[in-house]
Design a protein around this ligand. Structure first.
Ligand code: PLP
Length: 230
């Protein structure tokens, strides 16, 4: 059995240490517990240990869990690849979406966000590793994507997300995250925006991400243990 409460407290300690080492304000990094493939029971253990923010990657699986947990004050982030036939469910069931990588998806989320809900918080997923990774918008496309998203009133544009190619080399991890941080600064200046979020860092590279300014780290294995393949 994975000890979710103990893992959570270890992850929180790693985040606090990384914040301090980087000279950042304590508590400035939000921990997203990535609960994809994990049971409602394990999520409830995390909630009992004080966790309120969860991230999921598969729409139907996420909604099934949300339905059971509806009475708890949880915030839900969608971080998985988005098929266009799933946008309505995402617009109706999530507070945040980190994985917007094309215009069509953004337009559909905007059109399908229910009128009685706040605009949905969105981050653009950027492919900062070029041909090595297939997910995310290419850097060369990001300005066009941003220009169209800025016009969509039901989306609240909050920042950028990336999943860099895996490496255990700390300097390489930092370099990839720095690239995303610099891109956010550049886009804010170019377009007069105030994007305030950088979603970067997972179980194995959250320290490097926090050193480069991550505001949201997405941690699955480090909290819930290894996933079964899906
Ligand atoms: C699964 C997943 C994570 C969590 O990764 P771990 O290595 O288990 O911490 C983070 N971000 C995204 C987008 C994911 O799909």
């Amino acid at each position: 059995m994975t000890d979710v409460a103990e893992n959570l407290s270890n992850v929180r300690a790693r985040i606090a240490a990384a914040e301090q080492k980087a000279g950042r304000v304590a508590g400035s990094v939000t921990l997203l517990a990535v609960s994809k493939t994990k049971s409602v029971e394990l999520i409830e253990v995390a909630v009992a240990a004080g966790q309120r923010v969860f991230a999921e990657s598969y729409v139907q699986e996420a909604i099934a869990k949300q339905t059971v947990l509806v009475d708890l004050p949880l915030q839900w982030h969608f971080v998985g690849p988005i098929q266009s036939n799933k946008t309505r469910l995402i617009a109706e069931h999530f507070d945040w979406v980190h994985s917007i990588d094309r215009r069509k998806i953004a337009q559909r989320l905007n059109d399908q966000r229910p009128a009685d809900m706040q605009p949905i918080n969105v981050l653009l997923q950027v492919n900062i590793s070029n041909e090595l990774s297939k997910s995310g918008s290419d850097i060369s496309e990001i300005k066009n994507l941003l220009e169209s998203i800025m016009k969509l009133p039901r989306l609240s544009l909050r920042g950028l997300m990336a999943i860099p190619v895996k490496t255990t080399d700390y300097a390489e991890q930092r370099q990839a995250f720095r690239c995303l941080a610099e891109l956010k600064t550049e886009l804010n200046e170019t377009f007069g925006l105030s994007m305030d979020c950088l979603s970067m860092g997972m179980s194995n590279d959250m320290e490097a991400a926090i050193a480069e300014g991550a505001t949201h780290v997405r941690v699955g294995t480090g909290i819930f243990g290894a996933r079964d393949n899906k």
